[in-house]
Every structure is written in C-alpha cells, then in structure tokens.
Design a binder for this molecule. Structure first.
Ligand SMILES: *Cc1c(COP(=O)(O)O)cnc(C)c1O
Length: 445
C-alpha cells in the first residue's frame, strides 16, 4: 500500500503514521444541521428513545440480579465529577493551559462490568433475551421484567449460547450479564487480553477461548463458530447497531447530570468531550448521542494509542473497516488493551465521518503518568486504556491543529473560559489490587 497516497500532504497524518503523539482535526467535520437528515436514517432519535425505554423496562430485573444497582433502582449509571486537582496538576506538569472546568465521567465505575462496556454490552444481551422471551410467549412488554430472574426463565435461556470476541472488557460485560440471565457464554479473547480479565470471567462460569492472534482474528473466529450453531447469538463489536444504541443512551443521562450540577451547555458554554477509542463502538455511540442532544454546542474528540489509531485512520482515509494500522507501518501493539483494535468498525467510522471533531494520539508511557497523577490528585484509580482521554485537554490548545480548530469554530479565549471539558474514563474499577499496584509502578523512571 502506498501510505503517502493516503496521508497526502497532511502533516498531522504524517505524524500519526510515524507513531508520534499528535492532534488530528477531521477535515470532513460538518455543522450538525448538514448531517441531521442522513444520520437519522441510520440511527434516529426514536431508536435512542427506544433503547432508553428498554433499559428502563429491564431496571427491575437488573436491580434484582445486581444489588449494587439498588440505590439507582436498576439503572446502570456512573458519576460525573469535577477534577480540578488533576486539572491544576496537569497544567503545572505539562505546562499546558486547560480552560474552563474539567470533569471526569466515571464509566470506569459503572456497576456490574466496571467499564463503558456495561452500556452497550449489557444492553445488547438484554435486548436479545427480550426478543427470545417475547417470541416464545414467555414475556409481554407490560410485564414486570423481574420475572426474567426466575428459575424457569433461567432454564429457558440456558438452551441458548451468547458468544463474543473481546480484548477483555466487552467479554466481562457480556459474560457477566449473560450468565445472570442463564445463557451459556463463550468469550473469544485476543492475545492482548489481560490475565486477570480471563480469570475473572472463568470464575463466573464463562468459557474463555484464547487466541494467539489479534482482536480482529478473535472476532472473526468467534463469529464463524457462532454462525454454525443455530442456538447461538454473536455480539458483533465490529458491526452491531444494538451495541451502539446501548452507548447512545449515555448522552441523555449525562445531560441530566450536567443540569443537576447547574452546568450549562449552549452557544456560550461549549462542551468538549474526549473518549478513548478501540474499535469505535463505545466512543461512537456516546458521541453520536451527545451530538443529537447538543448539536453544534458539543465537540467530540476520540483518543487512541500512537501505535493503534485505527478509528482515526479509518475516518481520515475513508477506508473505514478496510483500514488496518499495520498497513500504515504501525505495530498495533499497546498496553491499552481496551484500545488494541487494529481495524475499526465500518459502521461507526462511516456514521461519525461528519460528526467527529478530531482525535488525539497518546504514547503508552503517558497513560501511566496520567494514571498516577489522577490517583495522587483525586484518589481515583482507573485502567491504562481509560487514561487516554487526558491527551485531549492536554493537547487542545497546545497542538497546532486543535488550536486552529478552536479558532475556526468560535472557541476563543472568552468562550473557552466558560467551557466544560469532559474526560471519559472508560474502565478500571474491577482491576484487582495487585494489578493496581503494578500499574502505579509501570514506566516509573
Ligand atoms: C472497549 C473500551 C474502549 C473503547 O471502546 P470501543 O467500542 O472498542 O471503541 C475504551 N476504553 C476501555 C477501557 C474499553 O474497555
């Protein structure tokens, strides 16, 4: 492949394929009104409302199976918290200016799965269970869904298998929720998957199949094996619309949290969001939902490891799922296991083509610096993948491309001083203590 044909004369893309930390601004980004009609044809506001309604119907079941969700009455949601200590420390350490308020969206602490995957993954399993139960006449939409937790229903679901390919967190989310319903579960895990994630899954009775190969290979083999079995359902991270819909519901919940904190988002108070991307589903769904609600008042950036910027390359080159970081001379290897996807979702890279503001790439060792800094300043520990979001506020005004984006979109000093910047923490609360200690020491020199 002729790399230069794709990077053109774009200096930011040249830095991306050299594996350097950089900001990339999306040249295909459009005002919201120009994207509205086409996007609604793919995922409409009604689809998102339907997904939110389904999670509401399942709340009595969730509450019954997972007592940790009792305080929130079976709604799986995470805290939004201001991290001014981290903001100050980042400014001092990196010599950068971080305007406005800086908040952490703690999907790292979502109940049940301890990662953003508790949104999309659990949603898709619940929807599949609902489809099966409705079709078999064992459930009516107006029923109290806690009846799904009965022994009879568990035996019913026990005839079926749910399978998924995962680098770890999606497997945890699908595995734990499927097992709660009574499904048989098989998780196909790539070489990047951390040992503790495999151990945790096995302890929940989940069958873990390990591959020496990368994520795409684990997904392809899982998909193939599942397709051979008529009683099996495959959760397809690279293609699933249901998974995506589960993530979009985050936006309405975040809006309510911002309102409760009396933080405005409007023409004078921009919202800037930074979300780590693997295959693109989670950040894509969250960002898509946010764009539908806040339109031009929200600016969504994804963040990816310097050696694995697959979503960035998929969108920038318009090769979509055909983009593979190795074809661009990168290794695809990163400590950020949740982001180690060499090729992106074709669905998400297409849908986000005109909605994504840009991306920041981040070096592995920086993930650990930020992990330590967050722990020291705020007492919050998250996993390395989840720290990629900090590249956003650090780079926004420091990188030439993103600083120009701010100028081009009316984000001047005055307006930015009223901005809210949200770093999306995507995982971490299930990390076992010894692994946490190891993370705090990694790349310490
Ligand atoms: C899965 C994951 C992501 C990214 O989600 P994708 O849907 O793969 O883009 C980010 N952070 C963590 C911790 C994850 O587990």
């Amino acid at each position: 492949m002729d790399i230069q044909e794709y990077t053109g004369r774009d200096p930011a893309l040249e830095r991306v394929v050299r594996g350097e930390e950089t900001a990339w601004v999306n040249p295909r980004f459009l005002p919201f009104s120009a994207t509205d009609a086409v996007c609604q044809l793919v995922v409409s506001d009604a689809d998102i409302r339907d997904a939110a309604g389904r999670l509401q119907r399942f709340a009595p079941f969730i509450e019954k199976c997972f007592p940790e969700t009792l305080p929130a009455r079976g709604i799986i949601e995470s805290p939004l918290t201001e991290i001014s200590g981290m903001r100050d420390k980042m400014q001092r350490t990196y010599g950068c200016h971080i305007p406005g308020r800086m908040l952490l969206k703690m999907d790292s602490h979502l109940p049940i799965a301890g990662s953003v995957k508790a949104r999309g993954g659990i949603y898709e399993v619940l929807k599949h269970a609902e489809d099966l139960a409705l079709a078999a006449g064992k459930l009516r939409p107006e029923d109290d869904y806690s009846l799904l937790a009965s022994g009879g229903m568990r035996r019913f679901f026990g005839q079926y298998t749910v399978q998924v390919g995962s680098t770890g967190n999606l497997g945890l989310s699908i595995g734990i929720s499927s097992a709660a319903l009574g499904f048989r579960v098989k998780v196909h895990m790539s070489a990047d998957a951390k040992q503790w994630k495999k151990d945790l899954l096995r302890s929940k009775g989940v069958e873990v199949i390990e591959y020496a190969d990368d994520y795409s290979a684990a997904v392809a083999e899982g998909r193939r094996l599942s397709d051979l079995d008529p009683m099996s359902y495959f959760v397809d991270d690279e293609r699933s619309v249901d998974l995506f819909l589960g993530y979009t519901v985050a936006a309405g919940r975040l809006k309510a949290q911002l309102e409760a904190m009396q933080i405005p988002v409007d023409g004078d108070h921009p919202l800037i969001v930074y979300i780590p991307a693997g295959v693109g589903g989670a950040p894509g769904g969250v960002a898509y939902g946010l764009k539908r609600l806040f339109r031009d008042d929200v600016h969504c950036f994804f963040t990816e490891p310097v050696q694995c910027p697959s979503v960035l390359l998929g969108v920038a080159t318009q090769l979509f799922e055909g983009a593979n970081v190795r074809d661009f001379g990168l290794t695809g290897i990163t400590e950020a296991d949740g982001l180690a996807c060499a090729s992106p979702s074709g669905f998400v890279t297409r849908l986000m083509t005109n909605l994504l503001s840009g991306e920041f790439t981040v070096a592995d060792r920086r993930l650990y610096d930020d992990l330590r800094m967050l722990y020291e300043t705020e007492g919050i520990q998250i996993e390395p993948s989840s720290c990629a979001g900090f590249a956003g506020p650090r780079g926004l005004l420091a990188c030439r491309e993103s600083a120009r984006y701010c100028r081009d979109h009316g984000l001047d000093g005055e307006k930015l001083s009223h901005a809210t910047q949200i770093v999306w923490a995507t995982g971490g609360s299930l990390v076992p203590e010894p692994v946490r200690q190891e993370y705090l020491r990694t790349y310490l020199s």
